[in-house]
Design a protein around this ligand. Sequence first.
Ligand code: ATP
Ligand code: SF4
Ligand code: MG
Length: 383
Amino acid sequence: MADEIITQAPEATEEAPEAAASDVAIEKKDAPEQVWDDAAEEAKFLAQRQQQIAEDLAKPFDPEALLEVRHLRKCFPIKKTITGKVTQELVAVDDISFKLKPGETLGIVGESGCGKTTMGRTILKLHPSNGGQIIFDGKDITNAKSSEMREIRQRMQIIFQDPYSSLPPRSTVGGILSEPVAVHKIVPKSEIKDYVMDLMEKCGLRDYYYERYPHEFSGGQRQRICIARALSVNPKLVVCDEPVSALDVSIQAQIINLLKELQLSMGLTYLFISHDLSVVKFISDKIGVMYLGSMVEFGAKRDIFANPLHPYTKALFSAIPNPNPDIKMNRIALAGDIPSPANPPKGCRFHTRCPYATEICKHVTPEYKEYEPGHFASCHLLG
Ligand SMILES: Nc1ncnc2c1ncn2[C@@H]1O[C@H](COP(=O)(O)OP(=O)(O)OP(=O)(O)O)[C@@H](O)[C@H]1O
Ligand code: SF4
Ligand SMILES: [Mg+2]
């Protein structure tokens, strides 16, 4: 897990040849007399970004994608004057773009506070966005009105981390699962009970649970109820926000397997947020790595695990425990704490902790580029 990253200096070993080679290239760029004008670099970066955003937002939607997120931005006001004028904002999601095809799972990883939940909630429009575009099922929903959202919400659902607080305590399981089916008119009224019973069976819930209340269940059973509730309205996209983190380790695998089975049988698309890289590796087709609100790497799971490009991804992956005691772990060190998202470092946001940082990283924001088909990253080392 991200929190387990150790803090010792990395060795320039055979395991990191690309990094060593790229360091040489960076040293050449950083002539000793170079003086950086941070304000000018920032202005140049922002101007290029604005132009890129304008070009990308004008492009036609990808007909193959169920979800297309373009340059998504979400800010929270953190300081206001007495008159309510916002004087400081925290950019929780900064310029994030990706595409997800029907039936795929995108795993989102990154340390606590990097913006995973905010991104998921903004895509579902539980938070209003402050920039960019959300295209879902062929339609731009970025500015959808609340009357349109009712129908859209049926097709986009969320499963929360905490199955204890997310169920109404005074409703029976039957009531909890029947309500959304009735509200969204999924089946005729007379068929609701049969529909719910069938759904309960699919989610591993026994039929006599129908009359029981949430407090009568364990965490794993409650999460099954939450999953059944999310799936009761036949969604296409489900945001799973740390769905197993609050559960006992022995139960986690059962819930993950259930999610995977349901995905296959119902053709679901998942945005799967987790701290646990082993879980993400198991369930995902694509992986997005976030750091301080930005996506620093994105690609197919096989590409990201076979060839992680960004130093942060390398550090995260190097901390995955290997069950084979004969394999020596070559962990990559990260120095210091995560900076405050309210005041992120200039240049590359990761430079304060990156073992490969050089002078350019402190002043110039690296461009987020496609280095092999579908594999994106932002790092000066990559050229
Ligand atoms: N409603 C809010 N108002 C102000 N700041 C917020 C709000 N919600 C989230 N934030 C801030 O936005 C940043 C991203 O938070 P978020 O919950 O999305 O992170 P996360 O990656 O999901 O973290 P975790 O792994 O701990 O769940 C954090 O700095 C958080 O403090
Ligand atoms: S650009 Fe960022 S990630 Fe890449 S070497 Fe510099 S500090 Fe590290
Ligand atoms: Mg979260």
